[in-house]
Design a protein around this ligand. Structure first.
Ligand SMILES: [Fe+2]
Ligand SMILES: [Fe+2]
Length: 294
């Protein structure tokens, strides 16, 4: 798919039907969720995914303060994007509840309130800074967004592969389809904007190199980010899949040909936490064997 203008991209996006409609959600086989056990190690990851999704509401408010947020085409996209991401968080929360993991009724408010104060302060400075860049910030915002959307979709794919839970898989397939549409929007507008000027490419590249962190890090505790990434990507093939589907695709953007940042960061987190995961698995094996002997 190749588009000439961001309006063309928006027209395409608006033709995409929602997957996670109220009907889709209501018709999921919720009464069968407990028939398949869910490995407990995925609970903190699903809670992390849920919180990141509903925090989109906050990011959306922040982005409205930036030059791209005031661009009518991008603002129109973000209106729907913001709603879709929040649905993702809510449907994940419902899945957790149906699987027997209760969450407080005000979990959305709590997630918002738990965002650290220094996050709001640094975001305030960052959004103020983007106003100095004006419309040149659009390319950066779109490239950043494309990387976030691509990595989020891969995290969901890994969750589906590892958790092997039939109802969760149906939910994740729906979410992944919507994330793919978000990716296509961000990536297509990024390509158009980056191609306009070398300065835009340099700024976007510098910002990604300096500020890119895995989705949610900063607004949620770093240890939650790292646990989620290590759980999803540490196993064989995880980092390679991320490199193939995120970093190598991001490299196709003008000015991003030799990007290594995303793979490097995820790989570093996996390396850092792998010894802990190996130790935990060994402990589990020892316990199982001792149980068998006793
Ligand atoms: Fe999402
Ligand atoms: Fe998304």
């Amino acid at each position: 798919m190749s588009f000439e203008t961001s309006q063309d991209v928006l027209n395409w996006y608006e033709r995409q039907e929602r997957t996670l409609t109220d009907d889709f959600i209501e018709n999921l086989p919720w009464n069968t969720v407990e028939d398949t056990p869910l490995d407990k190690r995925f609970i903190p990851v699903l809670l992390y995914m849920r919180d990141v999704e509903v925090l989109t509401d906050m990011y959306h408010r922040e982005l409205r303060r930036t030059p791209t947020g005031r661009d009518p085409v991008i603002a129109k996209f973000m209106e729907r994007w913001g709603v879709e991401e929040v649905t993702h968080g809510q449907v994940i929360n419902r899945f957790l509840n149906e699987a027997g993991y209760d969450t407080p009724s005000d979990w959305q408010d709590r997630t918002m309130k738990n965002v650290p104060g220094n996050y709001h302060l640094s975001t305030y400075f960052l959004t103020s800074l983007t106003n100095l860049l004006g419309s040149r910030f659009t390319a950066t915002h779109m490239a950043f967004g494309a990387i976030h959307e691509m990595s989020t979709a891969q995290a969901y794919r890994r969750m589906k592969l590892l958790a092997r839970h039939p109802v969760l898989s149906q939910i994740l397939d729906g979410i992944i389809r919507e994330e793919a549409a978000h990716t296509n929007f961000y990536r297509s507008v990024a390509r158009i904007e980056l191609a306009k000027s070398e300065t835009a490419q340099k700024i976007a590249r510098k910002v990604v190199e300096t500020f890119w962190r895995p989705v949610g890090q900063g607004s949620l505790a770093k240890k939650r980010t790292e646990y989620s990434i290590a759980t999803l990507f540490s196993d064989e093939g995880g980092v390679d899949q991320l490199d193939r589907t995120v970093t190598q695709r991001a490299r196709q953007l003008p000015g991003f040909a030799d990007l290594t940042k995303v793979t490097q960061r995820i790989s570093d987190i996996c390396d850092k936490l792998r010894p802990k995961r190996v130790a935990a698995s060994l402990m589990m094996l020892i316990t199982i064997n001792l149980d068998a002997i006793i």
